[in-house]
Design a protein around this ligand. Structure first.
Ligand SMILES: [Zn+2]
Length: 309
């Protein structure tokens, strides 16, 4: 009895340790050595699909550099800024974030005072409404997250805008557009017309769309996809995951969200509750929507927005 349990236990412990190791994601550190140029004026640091790491962007003009997203906390922000300096030297630095979630925005305080942070008024609203709530959730997930987010706080904007902001970087322009409540209220896209590069934030990417805010709207999201498509992007840099050629991510999201909308509306029409709609639409998608949490968010938004019976 004793001998066999001695034999079994270490084997089981090893298996469990292996399972835990497999589930623990790599630390959320921006790997600056991955920096690469994707068009004449645009460089990115890919996220390598590591959770809580964003794709970081740089638009390099003759007189200024625009940085897009900061990484999680000041340590990542400092590393992202070092790359900006390498690319732009003493040029004026601007910073914009695709939205105010911690891995996109909470490294801003590590940029020097001379950097100009540009925010849509919707991002200012998001910060006022939700503050550091999500940062606190992330910090509780792991010791490294807690360490990276220690003393992290939102940086005040130097420039704010309502709907669109045209930034002249010298020989290249970046157009910043506030997209309304998709993933968050403050979703901002950045369009580099000369290079046909679109930083789409979380509005179009490979992973399923995340309805992360109580204000997230499927109706708004569908309209955003039309707006993104009308730009005819050559390259889409989403805020997470691989970059895409052409409009593939946009049409993928539209097909998925249209089906969610149609099925959720049918459920509502049939007099079923929101919970019943979640169950039946989730079953209908099956393996086509592996992220059940994200699917549920989309179904609830669609159900709420569907016309009453
Ligand atoms: Zn986010």
């Amino acid at each position: 009895m004793r001998a066999s349990s001695r034999l079994i236990f270490p084997a089981l412990a090893l298996m469990l340790a292996g399972a835990v190791a497999a589930q623990t994601p790599p630390p959320p550190i921006v790997k600056t050595e991955g920096l690469k140029q994707i068009s004449p004026r645009v460089h990115i640091i890919p996220d390598n699909s590591v959770p809580l790491v964003p794709n970081v962007g740089y638009v390099v003009g003759e007189k200024a550099v625009l940085v897009i997203d900061t990484g999680l906390g000041p340590r990542n922000g400092a590393a992202v800024y070092e790359v900006a300096k390498k690319l732009g030297g003493d040029k004026q630095m601007y910073l914009v974030t695709t939205h105010v979630h911690p891995e996109h925005d909470l490294g801003a305080q590590a940029f020097p005072a001379g950097t100009k942070l540009i925010r849509s008024n919707d991002q200012v609203k998001d910060i006022a409404e939700f503050g550091l709530q999500l940062a606190e959730v992330f910090a509780k997930r792991s010791a490294i997250n807690a360490e990276l987010l220690k003393d992290a706080n939102f940086r005040k904007a130097d420039i704010t805008f309502d709907k669109d902001y045209d930034l002249d970087l010298g020989g290249v322009h970046a157009r910043l557009t506030a997209m309304g409540a998709n993933h968050t209220t403050g979703d901002t896209i950045i369009w580099i017309d000369s290079d046909r590069v679109l930083f789409s934030g979380d509005i179009a990417m490979r992973a399923q769309p995340a309805f992360a805010s109580p204000h997230s709207s499927l109706k708004r999201w569908m309209a955003s996809l039309d707006q993104l498509e009308s730009l005819k992007p050559g390259i889409i840099v989403p805020s997470h995951g691989p970059t895409g050629d052409g409009a593939g991510f946009i049409t993928g999201y539209r097909t998925y969200l249209a089906e969610v909308r149609e099925r959720a509306a049918a459920e509502k029409h049939a007099g079923h509750s929101a919970d019943e709609a979640v169950a039946s639409v989730t079953a209908a998608f099956g393996d086509r929507a592996p992220d059940k949490g994200r699917l549920t968010g989309a179904i609830r938004a669609a159900y709420a927005e569907a016309p009453p019976k």
